[in-house]
Design a protein around this ligand. Structure first.
Ligand code: TYD
Length: 205
């Protein structure tokens, strides 16, 4: 079972990921992340820091994803593990669709095509949503932020995420990221347990 956590910078999904490690410890999940689950993530971090061209950056994120699938996701799923990833392919479709706007034609289609045939679609995706002002207030001062962390970019990124959720309401579960962090973590942990239970009972049928 593959669960992913998505949302804009400042949406609290990394805190949520950490809290789930305690709340779901008895299930012994594999906790992982993008970018940076393998050494390929170092080149991604460098590309972000140097603000290299958007095509290089996007393809490095995809390379990081490929290594993540090969080294961590696929083996863990083959072992029957519960895998919980802080960011995954929807981050590309949401962020790089914005950074590649005007650089290549139809960025989202291009990004999705890059994943087709080898990537693994998550079983469920928790999308942390909040007003952009609240997200920006949680981030570092503007001069220390990554180039994605601008208001105009985050607005478009969150709109993209919400569009994906509308298009696939079965996979996406929207989380109100303005709620108290423990309340969010308990809601997501309980939902994951329920999803596991229902997938087990379906398998028995
Ligand atoms: P992340 O490490 O999750 O951010 P944080 O610094 O909050 O821990 O991700 C770093 C940045 O990379 C973040 O702004 C989102 C962006 N990103 C993409 O643009 N595309 C992607 O495919 C991924 C995985 C991340």
């Amino acid at each position: 079972m593959l669960i992913t956590l998505e949302g804009i910078d400042g949406s609290g999904k990394s805190t949520l990921h950490m809290e789930l490690q305690e709340l779901l410890a008895d299930l012994d999940p594999v906790f992982t992340r993008e970018p940076g689950a393998t050494w390929v993530g170092e080149s991604v971090r460098r590309a972000i820091a140097e603000h290299i061209d958007p095509v290089t950056e996007a393809t490095l994120f995809v390379a990081d994803h490929a290594a993540h699938i090969a080294k961590i996701i696929r083996p863990a799923l083959a072992d029957g593990k519960l895998v919980i990833s802080d960011r995954y392919s929807d981050s590309r479709y949401a962020y790089q669709a914005v950074t590649l706007q005007g650089v290549i034609p139809k960025p989202e289609e291009w990004l999705r095509a890059m994943h087709n045939g080898w990537s693994i679609v998550p079983d469920k995706t928790f999308l942390c949503v909040l007003p952009i002002d609240a997200a920006l207030a949680r981030l570092k001062p503007s001069n220390e932020r990554e180039h994605f962390e601008r208001r105009d970019i985050l607005e478009k990124v969150q709109d993209n995420y919400l569009e994906f959720a509308r298009a696939d309401p079965f996979r996406f579960i929207i989380v109100d990221a303005m709620k108290e962090k423990d309340e969010i973590a308990i809601f997501v942990a309980d939902s994951i347990r329920q999803i596991l239970r229902s997938s087990l009972s379906h398998r028995r049928l």
